[in-house]
Design a protein around this ligand. Structure first.
Ligand code: GDP
Length: 374
């Protein structure tokens, strides 16, 4: 028998505990741990019935208990520290092993279910939580089970390969549902990078200062753009410098730029172009280019790179368009409902192994990889 706290520690209106194993443990003894208000033992109530009652010795805790299935009971009590601590201690004394919630998930539903739920708990926006919830609720499992069915029947190798490829096409997207996309802001000192970070984040996180070289370290902020979780990274202004501290900041900026999912190059359009501006654009050709300070007269005229977006962090002109452009870069295609998406590194690796097995014409290896996966 195992039990785990489902809710995080600390203040809260309600705390939830799940028990997995012999649920009738709560009915045992002269003084059962749980006494339903109806005075009937838990065993006499139908599965799924929500019961109000009291827990433990007097003064007892008020609890709501539900037997979810033959092997699972949920106990909901007052939030905070004392009530759940007491219930867990009673369960432990009654022979229950207290474990972490994700270990309980794995014990009850297997690795696949546990890792999907774990990814869901890391979602930071409603949009990503919605997509993860859909995978947790069976979309991914159904797609994988269907593929396994093919492996056992008279499946078509080419068709199976296409279906695995279709799932793997979402691998990078799936990884980001529980983790941020990384957006790096590059540009010369004073181009307005910190101001742009603040404008995109919707609040002041970075210091704005009219002396070049202010941002020697990276300033990061986590926000959501069009419902996608994004970590914005403001870098040291890139320019030739003698200053050791500043050149370290510039080196850090370059490292971040390499691993970014999207790069924004901020050009100060109110100042004539400088060689560093052209170098940046040439170095990162896939970037979104921002003609910044659009509230001021432009000093670039026709020399602005094609597709540059006119933005002012001061007046917020162009900010919404920029957010939409970043979101399109990060997620060019939004998956239709019902799309199977792998959501963990383990799932992607096993799908890749399954894909390789198909390339090797081995249904057995394919079935074994998918078996391990679900
Ligand atoms: P960074 O060094 O690239 O991070 O640049 P900052 O964000 O610190 O801004 C440098 C200077 O440009 C500051 O004086 C800002 O007030 C100014 N600035 C930033 N964005 C704008 C803008 O959109 N319009 C105007 N007119 N000034 C801006």
């Amino acid at each position: 028998m195992t039990a785990a706290m489902l809710t995080p520690r600390g203040r809260g209106a309600v705390a939830s505990i799940r028990l997995f194993g012999d649920c009738l443990l709560l009915d045992r003894g002269d003084r059962p741990l749980f006494r339903a208000a109806s005075a009937k033992p838990l065993a006499d109530h139908a599965l799924g019935r929500v019961l109000f009652g009291r827990w433990g010795q007097e003064p007892a805790e008020e609890v709501v208990v539900c037997r979810r299935d033959e092997a699972t009971v949920e106990i909901h009590c007052h939030g905070g520290e004392a009530a759940p601590r007491r219930i867990l201690a009673d369960l432990e004394r009654a022979g229950c092993r207290i474990i972490a919630w994700h270990d309980l998930e794995a014990a009850a539903g297997g690795t696949f279910a546990a890792e999907c739920t774990r990814a869901l708990t890391r979602a930071t926006t409603l949009r990503t939580a919605d997509l993860l919830l859909e995978q947790c609720s069976g979309t991914l499992r159904a797609a994988l089970e269907a593929l396994r069915g093919d492996a056992r029947g008279d499946g078509n190798l080419i068709e199976a390969r296409a279906r695995v490829d279709a799932i793997l096409a979402w691998a990078d997207f799936g990884r980001h549902l529980a983790d941020h996309w990384k957006v790096v802001i590059l540009g010369r000192p004073n181009a307005g990078k910190s101001s742009l970070l603040n404008a995109l984040a919707g609040f002041d996180r970075a210091i704005v200062f009219d002396q070049p070289g202010t941002t020697r370290d990276l300033v990061t902020v986590e926000t959501a753009l069009d419902g996608w979780p994004v970590r914005l990274i403001d870098t040291a202004g890139i320019r030739g410098t003698e200053c050791l501290l500043e050149s370290q900041g510039i080196a850090l900026a370059r490292t971040e730029a390499v691993s970014a999912d999207c790069r924004l190059i901020v050009l100060d359009a109110s100042q004539p172009p400088q060689p560093e501006d052209h170098e940046l654009v040439a170095a990162w050709p896939e970037s979104l280019i921002i003609a910044h300070k659009s509230d001021l007269p432009s000093a670039w005229d026709k020399r602005l790179p094609e597709g540059a977006l006119a933005v002012s962090s001061l007046t917020r002109h162009g900010i919404d368009e920029l957010i939409a452009a970043i979101a399109r870069r990060l997620v060019p295609i939004v998956p239709a409902p019902g799309t199977a998406i792998p959501v963990t590194e383990r799932q992607v690796e096993l799908l890749q192994r399954a894909r390789q097995a198909l390339a090797d014409d081995s249904w057995a290896a394919f079935d074994s990889a998918l078996g391990e996966l679900v």
